[in-house]
Design a protein. Structure first.
Length: 270
């Protein structure tokens, strides 16, 4: 059996990976997380998102890895950088960061055939109280979703945990985008919704690999995609935030592949 097809598929098409596959995912996830640790010093007032992306591309190359996003469906950058009301898939460019801007940087690398996918929030200059609260709620929503992961639970349990937490804080969960399976491919079943009803959806099994990546808006959940066919923004122009981890289901819960080596996953830490 080739490494590409190792393991088995559930009836929903979700791959169940072998124990040895966790090692490959940890290596890929660690590199992606290390790059996001190092990029923090390059986020500042007056910096452009294109300059940040260039540094990320150089870091990936220096590590002997490959960017999963360069060339993906015609995309030309090593990251997505989503500023303020951009929900996801923001294209790096000449935009100059201003004081108070918040941004999500999303990086996916390929290491020995394994995909490491993670994103986190950054800030330029001072942080407003409402932006700080949004970032905190979004981070807690991700961790709440991860806490719901265990064999026998369902993907609806994950979505419900995230949605319940966010809406209790009077914010909204984006429904137009979701997490996804990954491993030796970038995107695979299942779709990991960040909202839902308990007990619905496929049941989690040990060996499943997927991302959880809630996008949370201060305003309403609706989004629209701009004419570039990539950039998604909030329809009401409210601020949006996102955090993303790649995880594997273990016998007792979840193993996070993309933990920050420097403890900098949250922008107000360290």
């Amino acid at each position: 059996m080739s490494e590409q097809t190792r393991g088995r598929l559930t009836r929903e098409g979700i791959r169940i990976h072998e124990a040895a596959d966790f090692t490959g995912m940890h290596r890929a996830g660690a590199l992606a997380a290390t790059i996001l640790d190092a990029i923090a010093e390059h986020v500042f007032v007056g910096q452009t998102t294109a300059a940040i992306d260039k540094v990320i591309e150089e870091m990936v190359e220096a590590a002997g890895a490959r960017s999963a996003t360069i060339g993906y469906k015609g995309y030309r950058h090593a990251s997505c950088i989503s500023v303020n009301h951009v929900v996801c898939h923001g294209i790096p460019g000449d935009k100059v960061l201003k004081d108070g801007d918040i941004l999500n940087i999303d990086v996916t690398v390929i290491v020995d055939g394994w995909f490491g996918d993670t994103s986190r929030m950054y800030l330029a200059g001072s942080l407003s109280r409402k932006a700080e609260r949004l970032i905190q709620v979004t981070h807690e929503a991700l961790m709440t979703g991860i806490e719901a992961v265990r064999p026998g639970a369902t993907f609806g349990d994950i979505g419900h945990a995230i949605q319940s937490y966010v809406e209790a804080q009077r914010m909204s969960v984006v429904r137009d985008f979701c997490g996804h399976g990954l491993g030796r491919v970038f995107h695979a079943p299942p779709n990991v919704l960040h909202y839902g009803r308990p007990g619905t959806g496929p049941r989690l099994e040990e060996g499943m690999f997927f991302t959880i990546e809630p996008m949370v808006n201060l305003g309403r959940p609706e989004t629209k995609v701009l004419a570039d066919d990539w950039t998604a923004v909030t329809r009401d122009k409210s601020l949006s935030a996102q955090f993303e981890h790649s995880i594997g289901v273990t016998s007792s819960g979840a193993e996070i592949f993309t933990l920050s080596p420097a403890g900098r996953f949250h922008p107000t830490w360290g």
